[in-house]
Write a protein that binds this ligand. Structure first.
Ligand SMILES: Nc1ncnc2c1ncn2[C@@H]1O[C@H](COP(=O)(O)OP(=O)(O)O)[C@@H](O)[C@H]1O
Ligand SMILES: Nc1ccn([C@@H]2O[C@H](COP(=O)(O)O)[C@@H](O)[C@H]2O)c(=O)n1
Length: 204
């Protein structure tokens, strides 16, 4: 079985996870989904307070080498032990999850198209687009509800790291995408990607 890897990038709050999770809900175990965020580096040597102030939007914050290695293993038909991440503790969890390869592999993350070695592994490159004001508003709601954050911290992080890194590293990768889709809740884009996945699965 030859794997087809689809990279899904876009700014924080653009709707990447919404789009990816909708595909996962449709295909279930017939597709493999990886999240770049699970590859944020472990920082046991730092206190929680110190970990709060890491620049998580800089490519160096992610162990992308391990992700590339895992994608290679999946392509070889091997299972991987995928790391998992705790946003509240700003650290990797102890547990890993076993992930199996499939014909279609999705990889989602803000910097999915930034690293050249990773980008070169993708057969299809997607960038999810959304205005900056909509992205930050969605992030505020999500980070308070789901990631254990407060408004003050979200604003400080956005202005000091998220926003500058977005324009330095994320936005330029828009031009490297095969397809740019407008928001993660885009029925037309979803149907187009679904049609392509169905076709590729039929060819396997
Ligand atoms: N088009 C949209 N309109 C309104 N809310 C959205 C839209 N797309 C996503 N959201 C919401 O915004 C939040 C962030 O979306 P998410 O998919 O997690 O973004 P990302 O993975 O790109 O950071 C989620 O709570 C999601 O439900
Ligand atoms: N400990 C962490 C790790 C990451 N982040 C932020 O997550 C964003 C990427 O995830 P999305 O679902 O929003 O694409 C990224 O912008 C990091 O700032 C964090 O806040 N804390």
């Amino acid at each position: 079985m030859e794997c087809v890897i689809i990279g899904i990038a876009g700014g924080s709050g653009s709707g990447k996870s919404t789009f990816t999770n909708k595909l996962k809900a449709l295909y279930g175990d017939r597709i493999t989904v990886l999240y770049h965020d699970n590859y944020y580096r472990r920082h046991d040597e730092l206190s929680l307070e110190e970990r709060k102030h890491i620049n998580y939007d800089d490519p160096a914050a992610l162990e992308t080498d391990l992700l590339v290695e895992h994608l290679k293993q999946l392509k070889e038909g091997k299972n991987i032990q995928c790391p998992t991440y705790d946003y509240s503790l700003h650290n990797r969890k102890e547990e890993t999850i076993e992930i199996k390869p499939n014909r279609i592999i999705l990889l989602e993350g803000i910097l999915a198209l930034q690293n050249e070695e990773l980008r070169d592994m993708f057969d299809i490159k997607i960038f999810v687009e959304a205005d900056a004001d909509e992205r930050i508003l969605r992030r505020v709601v999500r980070d308070v509800k789901e990631r254990g954050r407060d408004l003050e911290g979200i604003i400080e992080q956005y202005l000091t790291t998220v926003k500058p890194m977005h324009y330095l590293y994320v936005e330029p990768t828009r031009a490297l995408a095969d397809i740019v889709i407008n928001s993660g809740q885009n029925e037309v884009a979803f149907d187009l990607v679904k049609t392509k996945i169905d076709q590729l699965m039929g060819e396997a």
